[in-house]
Ligand binder design. Structure first.
Ligand code: UD1
Length: 368
């Protein structure tokens, strides 16, 4: 009997994390390992821009099922996933449910699995911002409190888990699957349409992304932040692929400036082409700080905390904070050419998914 793994993907930042794991499972099967997987898309993100294009570009197979749990409040979305995924897992039992990252789908599916006595593996376990106002932090805490196998990206994640009483035999320090995808896809990056439309030049524009509720749900905060960025970026174009959540608020604010170019969310290969060639990235995302680090692109994070401090100590990321006035010294430093460079982060080497699958193969051996 094959060992059955149900893999969960729900929202944009999940897709680059599951792609290499699926490919590593397929490789292991070709080598004769008795593994099988079923891919469940919760439907949390559903637009082509936020989901479909990632499946195509990252060669992720069509999901076996889409639970179509999109929209609603956090409680509504969590509840919808709980109900649908329970039915799915009862109909298609698994030996292991594998969840990645920190989105609502991660937490909800871990909960369903554990209540059905199915083991849970969490990829990107153990990272903590300490900020309980972030929905992602609650998702991480809940997920890690009911996980059996913890696959981690950093030594700090390991120690967070050990300090919370997790047995060290359950912790597997494997690295970062998002970086597996980045390194594999880097030769395929391609210029988005706006590259030519705007006549962009390498290292002569800035990329911005903003989607965290703390930054975008308050109109005054969002406006102040964007104004400050515009005021201190000299003559550089600002390219801003806008997350759907942010788009709703931006529409009301009617911000416009000749150097500010808002565009739809970009596909993976196009977005990372822009990032790789940018002078800098200004963001409130966590995952992007990992990608900019590995590509050695200066990054400013508009948050007061990070669950990924290695992107600051070894990577190119600076934590600017959420006070718009804090931006200026960092931008000045950028224009003076004084930015730190990337020092390799342990295990962020493109082989994380292989390590995960080889640990799973060991688990199956112990089980039989
Ligand atoms: C979610 C994740 C966040 C992740 C982000 C990346 C949680 C708690 N948050 O936040 O960790 O960094 O995704 O994108 O899981 N929408 C669309 N089209 C889509 C998807 C969403 O229009 O394809 C709309 C939704 O209807 C909703 C809003 O965007 O109104 C927010 O989506 P939601 O999934 O609730 O949370 P995100 O802010 O995207």
């Amino acid at each position: 009997m094959s060992y059955k793994i149900t893999i969960i993907a729900g929202a944009r930042p999940n897709f680059m994390k599951i792609a290499p794991i699926i490919h590593a499972i397929e490789d292991a099967k070709r080598l004769g390992e008795e593994l099988d997987y079923r891919l469940v898309h919760t439907g949390q993100h559903y637009d082509k821009n936020m989901s479909g294009s990632f499946f195509e570009q990252l060669q992720i197979p069509e999901p076996d099922i889409n639970l179509e749990c999109s929209g609603g409040t956090h409680a509504e979305q969590t509840a919808a996933i709980l109900i649908s995924f329970e039915k799915e897992l009862v109909a298609h039992p698994a030996d292991l449910v594998l969840v990645v990252g920190d989105v609502t789908s991660t937490m909800a599916c871990a909960l369903v699995a554990q209540k059905l006595h199915t083991k849970v593996a969490h990829v990107e376990a153990g990272i903590r911002s300490g900020d309980w106002t972030m929905p992602e932090e609650i998702n991480r805490l809940v997920t890690d409190s009911i996980t059996n196998y913890f696959f981690t990206t950093s030594e700090l994640a390991n120690s967070n888990l050990r300090n919370s009483g997790i047995n060290k035999d359950q912790i597997f320090y494997v690295g970062n699957t998002m970086i597996d995808t980045l390194l594999k896809q880097r030769p395929n990056f391609r210029a988005p349409q706006i590259w030519n439309e705007l006549g962009l030049q390498p290292k002569a524009y800035i990329v911005m992304t903003l989607h965290r509720p703390a930054n975008v749900d308050e109109e005054d905060q969002l406006k102040a932040m964007i104004d400050e960025i515009i005021n201190h970026t000299r003559d550089l174009p600002l390219v801003f692929p806008v997350h759907p959540r942010t788009a709703k608020i931006l529409e009301r604010l009617e911000i416009s400036h000749p150097r500010l170019y808002t565009v739809e969310p970009l596909s993976y290969l196009e977005f990372n082409y822009l990032v790789e060639n940018a002078k800098a990235v200004i963001t409130d995302s966590g995952g992007i700080t990992e990608e900019t680090s590995v590509m050695n692109v200066p990054c400013m994070t508009l948050r007061d905390n990070t669950e990924r401090p290695e992107t600051m100590t070894l990577g190119t990321n600076e934590l600017v904070g959420t006070n718009p006035k804090a931006m200026r010294p960092y931008l000045d430093q950028l224009f003076e050419g004084q930015w730190k460079t990337y020092k390799p982060i342990p295990f962020w080497d493109g082989k994380t998914a292989q390590r995960i699958v080889s640990h799973i193969v060991d688990l199956t051996a112990n089980q039989h």
